[in-house]
Design a protein around this ligand. Sequence first.
Ligand code: NOJ
Length: 731
Amino acid sequence: MPYEANPADDARIESLLARMTVEEKVGQLGVFADMVRPFAPDVNPEANVRNAAEVLEQVRAGRVGALFNGVGAAQGRQIQRVAVEESRLGIPVLLAADVIHGMRTVFPIPLGEAASFEPELAERTARATAVEATAAGLHWTFAPAVDIARDQRWGRGAEGAGEDTFLGCAFAAARVRGFQGEDLRAHDSLLATPKHFAAYGAVAAGMDYNYVEISEGTLRDVHLPPFKAAFDAGALAVMTAFNDINGVPASANRALLGDLLRGEWGFPGVVVSDYTADMELVAHGYAADARDATLRAFDAGLDMSMQSGFYAAHLPALVESGEVPMAMLDEAVRRVLSVKAAIGLLDDPYRSLDPARETDASQREAHEALARDAARRSIVLLKNKGDLLPLRRDARIALVGPFARDRDNLEGCWTLFGDRSRYVNVEQGLRAALADGAVLDVVDGCAMEAELEGGIEAAVAAARGADVVLLAVGEPQRYSGEAQSRTRIELPPAQQALAEAVAATGTPVVVLLRNGRALALQGAVRDAQAILVTWFLGSQTGHAVADVVFGDFSPSARLPVSFPHDSGQQPFFYNHPRTGRPETPEMSEFKARWREHPNTALYPFGHGLTYGRVEYGATTVAAPALAWDGTLRVCATVRNDGVRATEEVVQLYLHDRVGSRVRPVRELKGFRKVLLQPGQSLEVAFELSRADLAFTRADGTHGAEPGAFDAWIAPSSATGKPARFELLPPA
Ligand code: NOJ
């Protein structure tokens, strides 16, 4: 719901502002890691963890606008009581946390959930997350991450929706809607924070925190739209990125925070820094010292400073000297207070701080069921040679690999508060789906990153005695997430060796891949008969895997990131600009390709199989031309020739044949998940208008250009035959 200011709140905010000292104003701009209950002391270890008494003293003195990463309704109440009853003006604090993909119930990592191609699913999991997080005393989450990740070496792609902007926009908006619910003032509404503004996913060489060199066109067409989608869905906060953009750090970037965000987009909410990002202006060499960093960040439009304490230390003197006008300080404080008002905190400081709600377990079953459904809807079937999957329940199964019974790598890179006692691992899930006495032999084979003595021998023996091997291999969860960048996006060597040995037995292998990014699959893993991408699926991992393996659920997810042949192809994304020397089957000398590999994906964006057999008819356009102000229907018939009902993700791609800037080879512009019974045909149609053809043109303006276009309705970004149409110029 887009936010509308309430005049009664405005009057109250003005009255508070009129009474506040400069120190109290600056206090509202400070966000600090919760120093009372360092719930996860290993997160942000550089945090200055002070003692509880000191925190309460800071709150009492009106020096804290928001606290984060502590939970508990009773403890939150205690803090709020001090803010409301013992601070001079009684302004409540915002209680925040990084609640990224679940609170107590853990849902798939966002990248995995994006594979569902079901934004409404993400909306539902975000809603359930908000219900649990607000019950634990939180008002504000630092999510969703809406960064577009075109380089799989970057570990934080796990937190977003993958490489595509159209899909990213749909998921950004859905997650904001889910977190915030229908009514921001409701006790179970959780304030959302799209992050990291901006172009964090474009860090050079996929190395986290690295610099960003980017064209205005790519910034605007690829990286900014998911933020705009999140704001249009009502997000009232945004977090700045650590990186610079073309030499100007995002956290002190006036073109970004001022001209674009406030000016062009009219964003009414608060801009919060990432953790100590204002302080890091000094390390960037963009500010001389702490005072200079404070001035540059604040002047550029950064409202709230997270954790560095720079604003508290230097803003008062900058106001005193006149370098920061009081009116500007007031504007920032007004925005923070407006957000507090918008969520009802000024009226009811104890909202979301009801210990009875925290202990209420009535939602639990529904949330676990949702977690299971979200998890199986996120599993991508990459390959299924000879229809090996689904397995018969009477097959003799060897479950092999370090993820077979592991419980420490189910949740993915960012879950601080998950209820581990409820996690279901792969072995548990399979056993629960099998009748007593069914043959399931479980062998680790190796550790995550090391051989185990006798491990391979045991795995080989188990494989020999089985009809099929389920090979549970992949990346440990700490390989993705913040500060996790890789040069080789492959399995650890010990796991690869296990895969080779197991494959050599000749027993058919189904790979259950655990991953927080697209991987460059090699050898026996790549060549296995079947591959399921299972990401990090959360609490219900094992049940979800079993549902798909035994066919109780037909996989319907699609890759939100392209799987390359080789790590050296990165950055690799399907919607790359056209080259003047594209690879052609006839002649590949002096063409855009690598010596070792073609310029293709092993599995492209959008790819995913089902247990049905879906055939696509030709893409047709209703007319050869789209009038400038008109619409054009593009459609195709899909038919399930298989014997099982299935859900199919029908995708629409467009290509602009000639543009004032070089255009991408294809771009996703629509998708629909449809249910097809065996033998059923369905016509799937999309309605195009020129808005779907718009981009940042050579002159910097946004809009479409008349001319020829291609449209595909296809099962992936690398398949189908296009239909052509013209966009006519304005009449
Ligand atoms: C740093 C991360 O980049 C950001 O995503 C997170 O919200 C903050 N730390 C706070 O934990």
